[in-house]
Design a protein around this ligand. Sequence first.
Ligand code: DGJ
Length: 766
Amino acid sequence: MIRQIKKSGGQYFYIGNGAVCCMLKIAYGKAQLLHLGAPLSEDDCEALCCETVLGWEPGVLYREGDTRSCLDELPLAWSERGTGDYRETPVGLLYEGTEICPDFVWSSAGEVNTEEYDAVLPHARGAQETVKLVFTSSNRLLEGLTLELRFSLFETALVRQAVLINRSDKPLKVMKLMSACADLQGSFMVSTFDGGWIREAHIHTVPVTRSRVANGSAGGFSSNRHNPGFLLSRPGVSDDAGEVYGFNLLWSGNHYSSVQRSSVGFTRVLQGISPDGLCLDLLPGGRIETPEAVAAWSGRGYNGLMENMHRFVNESVIPEAWRYQERPVLYNNWEGCMFKFNEGKLLSLAKKAKKIGCELFVLDDGWFGERDNDQAGLGDYSVNRRKLPNGLEGLSKKIHDLGMQFGLWFEPEAVNPDSDCFRQHPDWVLSSPGTGPFYARNELLLDLTKPEVRDYIVESVSAILDKADIQYVKWDMNRNSPVSGNKAYEYILGLYDVLHRIFDSRPRILLESCASGGNRFDLGMLCFSPQIWASDDTDPVERLDIQNGLYYLYPQSTIGAHVSAAPHGVTLRATPMSTRSNVAFFGDFGVEFDLDSMKPVDEAELKETIAYYKQHRKTFQFGRFSRNGTEEGTLCWQVSDGEKTFCGLFHKLIPAGPEIEWLRVNGLDPDRTWHVEARSQLLRVGAYGSLLRFATPVPLDTEGTIIRLADRHYQMRDGGFSAECSGAALQSGIPLGKRFTGTGYDASLRVQGDFQSNVFCIVPKT
Ligand code: DGJ
């Protein structure tokens, strides 16, 4: 509900529903933020007004003689330097080379209709209501300069956005324009999601203090270094209890957010595009629309926040055609082949992928130009006939004849210097004036700010999509940008234009965004691409941290998660197939290793596993996600659709003589009786190592032919478990079956070596 309330004390705005609430007061013409967070009643607005009286300190009064008008001490929803607020401000303008304060004052409020939105910037869709508060500059030189603060209420989140419109006759330079500003009361911890290539989205939490914490990116991406999403939580918050705010941004380029506690105890939160090097022209008649900034709130700890964030993304960000649509189980040939393949090899892989239950075959890098390694071919779209003599159409037809869908990898934003594209258009390359070129992965970026470059990409990619009967596209991007500031900002606008032009008219193509893994895992890309390749690190133990971090902000359905080879290609860690699968269950499941070298036992296990996933994928991809309090060293992910619930219990290093383990399940009807069943898993004979010598009638060499042969063809059942009990008992925890401590195999024993895991299915007792 959005309401404008007039009281004797002033003008108020109430924007709230059962999940989030924001209250504003117009005071001195400025937007005071009375409240953002817990759902409150509009009747509380006057009680929330915060007044400070300036004494002898050197604070500046906005209205001379009015000692309550020190903006530095008030909670604000917007602010400008030059009005007496000395905290970090969301806007910076230059006029004739000098910083100028627009001193915006409120003029009106109104509705926003969708035609008013920038056509290129991605937007969340399906707001319950939207209001814009319009402020005009009271600076004598800037008459007509207008700021709109838009507030859109969604079922589980609030979206804010700032729009600057130059109706003055003065040309301005915009050095900084944040999407949103908020001052929140009380103490907080701030959590950011940081990392790098193959270690994305690791959560880091520090207290919010008087020193500023800045979370930003500079490489031209939303980045794997610092995701644009972050959390503010009250000290002591847990998975199930306490107050948490989640913030995010619909933007895929350089971003900036900051939090800092002020001298009177407000935490200022800014979110927006990075102002680093920015100097945008805002000419008379021009306007700049900032990306949408998201705020969600939970009073039920992280689990409540994840529920709100996930619903917002699933319902308002993901392209409509893919909303709550089950994602296919895919096979991707990258980790299995890299650049070394031909049609015969691909078809052999596709047949095996089909046999184990994959539905979509994805041909990754290396199908075009002279692409036998990463040194040539990027930028070219001619098919490599040495590898694919029948072209993409021929391959696609054969894949379809097998009963699979066909998907293709592109990296359209980059070129190798050794490519026809670069030889013909060396001037299309993105560079910073007077320096470079600086290479990364032997690549240069194309300048997406140039219309002719965008046309080339749109025409080349579209032609292939239309010719080769393609159902899925992996859109990759593998290097940091050589530019910053305006050029980096305009590059992302160019990228959005290209994505609109290719995919708006092809809504049934499933787009999976990728940037060296999760270098562009953000809400901007999710507006086009329902899922994103989360990381090139498919080691399930590493994925526990990566996916666990992403879940705070993004639902399972957005996270590409594949089963790959063990020992793993980047960590050399050997993990059981069951754990590789169990981790991938909590995302968009895929398979990515050389199936031609798959052992018969792995084939049988994967086939069983994929059938299980397909049977329950709606719950895995779209069920309500939560985490269960578990013991140190273990992690428990839960997804539930109300009827069916799955819990994944994951271990990293196993202590010797482990304690009894308990399964706890959140949120089930406490009075109903539930049936719990562990997913049936297999155990390699070789896992027992030299212990086998005591179990066989004659001692066998554990490295010898017999054991190796047994390991290829025979597996034992591991960790069978079932129980029946009330939802209340499950909430409190039920003990799981015994774990291996040196002896005594039977099918219900849980052989919990390092990196073992189980998935439990909980359904109502029939
Ligand atoms: C980086 C991606 O993250 C990988 O999955 C793969 O597509 C390679 N690029 C191909 O070059």
